[in-house]
Write a protein that binds this ligand. Structure first.
Ligand code: 13P
Length: 253
């Protein structure tokens, strides 16, 4: 059975002290998760070790990095490798967030390499895809995300694709307060699953979690997550407010 996941993407927010108290506020609430549910905190690099030790005793709670580099090691000043993440016990990493695609020129081919290196080091990539407003207005969003998936993931084996979590994040909904409607989210998630089914068959595609991201809030999470092909969310702004993120976790199926 595929996992239902509430993933917090803190982005470049919080001091160390704020990070500690935000995490404590969420964890102290002790939301008990069902077997098929997970909570993941994608935190800035300097907080990974602290956060990972905070969740160590909590079943189904994990910590993710927000990025890693394509290479194993070497003269790449300022970069962080998947091997480094593995060596501190990190088992998840966000890959290809639209902010990285836009501000750091990450393209589909580079992201394929990042997915590969994560899998090599036993790290689950949370692979992000999604279209801009111009693409949505032109009505070509399905083709756009299909190409993103094909160019970054379609080289993976049947076994490896099931080690990936996909996050659909329409760029026009990120940080804008504009959420995709449940119909828009379900339609795209069903399309993504159909693309996966075409290549890998339905036994495989049924097993892959596809998260929705883009202005997920306490007030809309449960409705979005109730869509049959929406398996939880990747949450930015609302994950920085403990009470809101707790409500979002409670909205998981
Ligand atoms: P918001 O929830 O702030 O719209 O951000 C979504 C996002 O980018 C999560 O990765």
């Amino acid at each position: 059975m595929r996992k239902q996941i509430a993933a917090a993407n803190w982005k470049m927010n919080c001091t160390y002290q704020q990070a500690e108290s935000l995490l404590a506020d969420v964890l102290n609430n002790q939301v008990s998760l069902k077997k098929n549910q997970q909570v993941i905190f994608a935190v800035p690099y300097p907080y990974l070790i602290m956060a990972n030790s905070e969740v160590a005793e909590e079943e189904n709670y994990f910590v993710a990095a927000q990025n890693c580099y394509t290479r194993k090691s070497g003269a790449y000043t300022g970069e962080v490798s998947a091997e480094m993440l593995q060596s501190i016990g990190i088992r998840h990493c966000v890959i290809g967030h639209s902010e990285r695609r836009e501000y750091f020129n990450e393209d589909n081919n580079m992201l394929a390499e990042k997915v590969n290196i994560c899998l090599e080091y036993e790290i689950t990539p949370i692979f992000c895809c999604g279209e801009s407003l111009a693409i949505r207005d032109a009505g070509t969003q399905n083709d756009h995300v299909e190409i993103q998936l094909k160019e970054s993931l379609s080289h993976l084996s049947e076994v490896d694709i099931q080690r990936v979590v996909i996050a659909y994040e329409p760029i026009w909904a990120i940080g804008t307060g504009k959420t995709a409607s449940t119909a828009q989210a379900q339609e795209m998630h069903a399309h993504l699953r159909a693309v996966l089914t075409k290549k890998y068959g339905s036994l495989v595609s049924d097993n892959i979690s596809i998260l929705y991201g883009g202005s997920v809030k306490a007030g809309n999470a449960a409705e979005l997550f109730s869509c049959p092909d929406v398996d939880g969310g990747l949450v930015g702004g609302a994950s920085l407010i403990a009470a809101d993120f707790i409500s979002i976790i409670k909205g998981l199926k």
